[in-house]
Write a protein that binds this ligand. Structure first.
Ligand code: URA
Length: 208
């Protein structure tokens, strides 16, 4: 079963209070989402491996440690874009892929309308980013697509999750750890997370 990590940190809770509040406007929502991306990155990267390198400081030779594996950040369009800057600021060497999905109105299954990923990710750590883990269908499909590029180390990075979505990922992709800032109560009849924060893409881009 995949590991579920719900990160507890006062700064994360504080910024979550901003994005959950319906009174928060687009500017503050966008800034907080990006900052949350950065804060959550500390936890996701905790077990990243490093490799030693000999360098000279202005004083003497010494050993320093650099990240061993390349990192790829993959936001699911649209809402995932809101967390990318915060993560990329901390890992500026990361490549960025994109996956766009929509829900077929008849089958209700996620369909891919855009996918652009680095060709070979087998030696990389891939951070799949989508703030909302609702039913888990889109995230599960995105993981299928990423696995086709050879990735062996994929980590899902979200903010608000529903138990239904967590269960789905644990069933479909038990090898992928799930990182969240909060595990909410349930999905409502319109597939929104309760209490959640509403439609994350609309709030991020001001389309409502
Ligand atoms: N996507 C959102 O933006 N919000 C939800 O509550 C569920 C999915």
């Amino acid at each position: 079963m995949s590991k579920l990590v719900v990160i507890k940190h006062p700064l994360i809770d504080h910024k979550m209070s901003k994005i959950r509040n319906k009174e928060t406007g687009t500017k503050e929502f966008r800034e907080s989402l990006s900052e949350l991306g950065g804060l959550i990155t500390y936890e996701i990267t905790r077990d990243f491996t490093t490799k030693p390198k000999q360098i000279e400081t202005p004083i003497c030779e010494t050993t320093v440690y650099e990240l061993e594996k390349p990192v790829v950040i993959v936001p699911i369009l649209r809402a995932g874009l809101g967390m990318v800057d915060g993560i990329h600021n901390l890992i500026p060497s990361a490549k960025i892929g994109h996956i766009g999905l929509y829900r077929d109105e008849v089958t209700l299954q996620p369909q891919v309308y855009y996918s652009k990923l680095p060709k070979d990710t087998k030696d990389s750590v891939v951070l799949l980013v989508d703030p909302m883990l609702a039913s888990g269908g889109s995230v599960s499909k995105a993981i299928d697509i990423i696995k086709e590029t050879g990735a062996k180390d994929i980590r899902y990075v979200g903010l608000v999750g529903a138990p239904e979505g967590v269960e789905r990922l644990q069933k479909d992709h038990p090898d992928v750890p799930v990182y969240l800032a909060a595990l909410d109560s349930h999905l409502n009849e319109n597939s929104y997370i309760v209490p959640g924060l509403g439609d994350c893409g609309d709030r991020l881009f001001g389309t409502k």
